[in-house]
Design a protein around this ligand. Structure first.
Ligand code: NI
Length: 261
């Protein structure tokens, strides 16, 4: 079975066939999905999906692009959600300097990234980190405030040097459709470099569909292409990649405890 550690099935792109698609996942070898909150609305939807489907879990958090939504009330609301039995992470949180160029907006992203890391520590949950064009600031903040928190850098887009830094702090590397792209040299090098027990698989669907469906709507059904690409880089069978990344997903989200199953 494949563990999709990062999905957005609340996205409007799934409105027409969400139920049928989700109900088909198990029979296609997708055993578990963590649906990731990115703002107030999608955190609510993620929790609702987790309550509806036994194999879906939720992450609660606000993405840097929506950091403007955050205030003390929202923070307290996120904190109450961490007690929900199917909320397994804080995320996605982080920095996105690709979309945000304004200094004060970036400063606000950093402030709430730190606060959400501290929330994760307080609640004993791992984090799902989003970082785009913000390598240095993300690393500085995780070193300063998230060293002992643990979690995953999702859709890892930096090089081996940065991967080493996160691996040394105990973080997992999130690998998705990009690893199948011909021009994606960097993530292929990172997959080659990272120990197999620190790689987790994700879709980030509806985004980032792997080859041969690049550019189309993504779903967990495409994950065998990601498994195959990793198996080629690592020189192990797809079955081994599935089994190891399944265990990694369980470890990342601390699901070994029977009460979380
Ligand atoms: Ni995402």
């Amino acid at each position: 079975m494949i563990f999709d550690t990062h999905a957005h099935y609340d996205d409007a792109q799934f409105d027409a066939d969400r139920e049928a698609l989700l109900e088909s996942l198990n029979t296609h070898g997708i055993g578990r999905v963590v649906n990731i909150g990115a703002n107030i609305e999608s955190t609510k939807s993620s929790v609702a999906l987790a309550e509806k489907y036994p194999f879906i879990y939720a992450a609660a958090g606000v993405h840097p692009s929506d950091a403007g939504q955050l205030n003390e009330d929202v923070y307290q609301w996120l904190k109450t959600l961490t007690a929900h039995e199917k909320v397994v992470a804080i995320g996605e949180i982080g920095l996105d300097y690709y979309w945000e160029k304004e200094a004060d907006v970036r400063a606000n992203q950093r402030e709430w990234f730190v606060r959400q890391l501290e929330l994760a520590r307080e609640c004993g949950l791992p984090v799902s980190i989003h970082s785009r064009d913000a390598a240095k600031d993300t690393l500085d903040i995780v070193k300063g405030h998230g060293r002992d928190v643990g979690g995953v850098v999702h859709c890892f887009s930096y090089g081996v040097e940065l991967a080493r830094e996160y691996l040394n702090m105990g973080y997992y590397i999130g690998v998705g459709g990009v690893v199948t792209f011909n021009n994606a040299k960097s993530i292929k090098e990172v997959v080659d470099y990272a120990p197999m027990d620190r790689i987790v698989i994700e879709t980030d669907c509806p985004y980032l569909a792997p080859v041969p469906h690049r550019g189309k709507r993504n779903s967990s059904l495409n994950l065998p292409y990601v498994v195959s690409a990793i198996s080629q880089i690592k020189g192990i069978s797809p079955e081994e990649v599935e089994a190891i990344t399944w265990k990694n997903g369980m470890d990342l989200y601390r699901m070994a405890d029977a009460s979380r199953q």
